[in-house]
Ligand binder design. Structure first.
Ligand SMILES: Nc1ncnc2c1ncn2[C@@H]1O[C@H](COP(=O)(O)OP(=O)(O)OP(=O)(O)O)[C@@H](O)[C@H]1O
Ligand SMILES: [Mg+2]
Length: 341
């Protein structure tokens, strides 16, 4: 186990064009930390710098309190799992898993024990003699995981390991990863652009935008108290509605004076009359039946909002009133920063 510290990290691929500018981050020992953000925000770059596959332009990276400057990837005590599995096609599952152990000069007997344990964790006992081409995507990703597990690294680094899998398999391997983490409690640093993946697995989420940290927190903190409009709109499915306050005056008189934006989650609003709520009149422009929930797109005149209800009855009228409890509102100032009240 180990913590990871990034100190004043800058990264430029091209001179004077920084992708990451003065990033400071501590990844706690034994945490499942997820770097989350839209495509191109610098997630893989950060992970690759931690792995030593990419050189930072400025700053220092410490793993287990040791500075990694000039430490080769193979000497960093990390294991990396990639989106494309990166298996050796000519080797069997066993050989793929064993390869790293041979490099580490681990004796045969011990290698066999480690392989047996790792394939048991990922459920690949019956596939040891197969070649990767004869495995499904999910099985291949499990081989990649087993290959990482046998190395018993201090840190697991994973770059979108589930994104090549279909939805069902993704959910399944997500659960496997949570179980794996519970079992071995090693530090996981995991990259994804999928907020659902991040919310379901992370003990800590680091939300990034254009190489800058927007918020660090547990999934619950990020969901319940987004620190800015960007975070509010990134998390949630569908994301938080954020409307400009003065489009729906005078109902928001109670909002803090400096409020410019008001947010509420689609699942916190309803079309059924309720006490102590603010009311927004609107017109239903689209409905989506999601099985246990119904998603409505509602035009309020100046804004289009989305609400998600668990109600069984589908509202058939076009005109409607949206009810939201005052305590479910989020307030943001002109700089799009949260106002706590
Ligand atoms: N080798 C490289 N040379 C030049 N620019 C690069 C290189 N690798 C990445 N970049 C640029 O750096 C930025 C961050 O890329 P990075 O791959 O870290 O993003 P990401 O958050 O992992 O995105 P994605 O979700 O699409 O994988 C992008 O603008 C990208 O074009
Ligand atoms: Mg990437």
């Amino acid at each position: 186990m180990a913590n990871i510290v990034l100190k004043n990290i800058c990264k430029e691929y091209t001179k004077n064009q920084s992708i990451i500018e003065d990033l400071n981050l501590e990844i706690e020992d034994g945490s499942f930390t997820i770097l989350l953000g839209a495509s191109g925000c610098g997630k893989s770059t950060i992970l690759r710098m931690v792995a030593g596959l990419e050189q930072e332009t400025k700053g220092n990276i410490l793993i287990d309190n040791k500075d990694m400057k000039n430490v080769e990837p193979g000497d960093r005590n990390i294991a990396m799992v990639f989106q494309n599995y990166a298996l050796y096609p000519t080797m069997t599952v066993r050989e793929n898993i064993e390869f790293g152990l041979k490099n580490m000069k681990i004796p045969k007997q011990e290698r066999n024990e480690k392989i047996a344990e790792a394939v048991k964790i990922v459920g690949l006992q019956d596939f040891l003699d197969r070649k990767p081409q004869n495995l499904s995507g999910g099985q291949r990703q499990r081989v990649a995981l087993a290959r990482a597990i046998v190395k018993e690294p201090k840190v697991f680094l994973m770059d979108e390991p589930l994104s090549n899998l279909d939805a069902k398999l993704r959910t399944q391997i997500r659960t496997d990863l949570i179980e794996l983490y519970q079992k071995i409690k090693t530090t996981f640093l995991y990259v994804t652009h999928d907020q659902i993946e991040a919310m379901s697995m992370a003990t800590k989420i680091v939300l990034l935008h254009k190489g800058k940290i927007q918020q660090i927190g547990t999934p619950k903190e990020i969901y319940e108290k987004p620190q800015n409009v960007y975070t509010a709109k990134f998390i949630g499915s569908p994301p938080m509605n954020v409307i400009i306050k003065n489009t729906i005056n005078p109902q928001f008189k109670f909002a803090p004076e400096e409020t410019v934006f008001i947010g509420f989650r689609p699942e916190k609003a309803t079309l059924e009359e309720q006490e102590n709520c603010i009311k927004i009149p609107g017109e239903i422009v689209a409905k989506e039946f999601l099985g246990d929930q119904i998603l409505y797109k509602i035009n309020t005149g100046d804004e289009t909002i989305q609400i998600k209800t668990f109600s069984k009855a589908i509202v058939e009228d076009k005109s409607c009133t949206v009810y939201i409890k005052k305590e479910d509102l989020h307030f943001f100032d002109k700089n799009e920063m949260r106002i706590d009240c």
